[in-house]
Design a protein around this ligand. Structure first.
Ligand SMILES: Cc1cc2nc3c(=O)[nH]c(=O)nc-3n(C[C@H](O)[C@H](O)[C@H](O)COP(=O)(O)O)c2cc1C
Length: 382
């Protein structure tokens, strides 16, 4: 069978065959080493003709270097690295002000609130290993220096403005992609040098905004002059075709690539996504301090129902770390972070990532070339 053809300006900008980008899915709390979109998944998507993007949020430069080298061993095709550059992340305080135990940075009333949620869930008291409760020693600039020095062709930024790094990436011949969830931030990142804006709707897994994908896309398309890529709830050829029909140049997909052989996540959490219906995810601040869509669970429900106020990113992770350890000790893996989108209900089996991508592309090409004209009768008026 001949390969489908699906080509947009995005393919030319990124030197890829199909306008499908793997979302740079980062580490999950308690998810083991590395991001969900690790080297194997990145290489699989790039080798299949899309753009694999490494989820490198929170990676210190040495870990980043190691992962980039692994990808370079697995593929000759272009790929990207995604980092988070939020404006209000808690950074490690200067050494002179650093408490011995980072937990001392947490307000006691929030610690008490989290403790009573833990008790309500009948979880044992536990202390997270020291490695899980460290604030970063490095800055996004350190990560960008590594990415640029290793000649990665694409920098993707979630949660924030790429402005401080755009010139450096462009001078090295790279492309900057930035994720946004509303029109204001789309304008801001385009002004900050993003070459491509990913408009990510509320439907999406992981950190997400308040506007649904269908409402967000046309408004972002009208607001910026750079190409726009659609994200949030896209997991098959129908989603790709709809995004292209809107005027987007491609899609950025996360959830659909989690139940794959190559995704760096344990089988238990992949299965929870396969078991989830469209109703089974909920947006919560409990894990990171920012609004994040997860397969819901009793911890999320208890936190959200308690009306507790989340701490800034970084500190909230510290606050929840001990409860994550309690959940692990109690065999309650269902309480761990398991970011996934509303489209989870469409996913039914674990497949190789290349097969997922090929299936999506083939279906989109079919719709755009044949099925749409057959199903719709329309002529432009004069
Ligand atoms: C498990 C998971 C982890 C994620 N981590 C990140 C991240 O570290 N950085 C980022 O920019 N986006 C992250 N996202 C959001 C994705 O980039 C993407 O926008 C989203 O998955 C698209 O919606 P979909 O899940 O419906 O395909 C994550 C999403 C998921 C599901």
């Amino acid at each position: 069978m001949s390969k489908p053809v699906l080509h947009t300006v995005l393919c030319d900008m990124l030197n890829i065959e199909y306008p499908v980008l793997l979302a740079g899915m980062g580490p999950t709390v308690g998810g083991g080493v590395g991001g969900v979109a690790g080297a194997d998944l990145v290489a699989a998507v790039s080798n299949a003709g899309g753009l694999g993007v490494l989820g490198a949020a929170g990676f210190p430069p040495d870990r980043l270097e190691e992962q980039i080298s692994q990808i370079q061993d697995l593929t000759d095709r272009p790929f990207g690295v995604d980092i988070l550059v939020p404006s209000n992340t808690a950074q490690r305080p200067p050494k002179s002000e650093s408490p011995k135990d980072p937990r001392d940075l947490l307000p006691p009333e929030q610690q008490q609130a989290m403790d009573s949620i833990r008790e309500g869930l009948a979880l044992p008291e536990a202390r997270a290993p020291r490695a899980d409760i460290r604030l970063p020693r490095f800055t996004p600039q350190d990560q960008v220096d590594t990415i640029v020095s290793m000649k990665v062709p694409v920098l993707a930024t979630g949660l924030g403005n790429p402005a401080p790094f755009s010139e450096q990436v462009h001078e090295a011949g790279g492309v900057v992609i930035s994720l946004v969830g509303n029109v204001k931030n789309a304008r801001r990142v385009a002004d900050g040098g993003a070459d491509i804006v990913v408009a990510q709707g509320h439907d999406a897994g992981g950190h997400t905004g308040r506007i649904g994908t269908m409402a967000l896309l046309p408004q972002v398309l009208d607001a910026v002059s750079v190409p726009v890529v659609a994200a949030g709830g896209i997991a098959d050829g129908r989603g790709i075709a709809a995004a292209l029909a809107m005027g987007c140049v491609g899609v950025w997909c996360g959830t659909v690539f989690i139940p794959t052989k190559e995704a760096n996540l344990d089988d238990f959490r992949k299965q929870r996504i396969l078991d989830a219906s469209e109703e089974d995810t909920r947006v919560t601040r409990v894990y990171s301090g920012k609004t994040m869509r997860n397969v819901t669970n009793e911890l999320i429900e208890a936190w959200e129902d308690s009306g507790s106020r989340a701490l800034p990113m970084g500190l909230q992770g510290l606050l929840v770390a001990d409860v994550m350890e309690s959940a692990k000790q109690a065999g309650r893996e269902d309480l761990l972070m398991n970011a996934a989108g509303q489209i989870s209900g469409l996913l039914h089996e674990i497949r190789p990532a290349g097969e997922v991508l090929e299936g999506m592309v083939a279906e989109a090409a079919e719709i755009l070339h044949r099925r749409l004209p057959a199903a719709v009768t329309a002529e432009p008026g004069s």
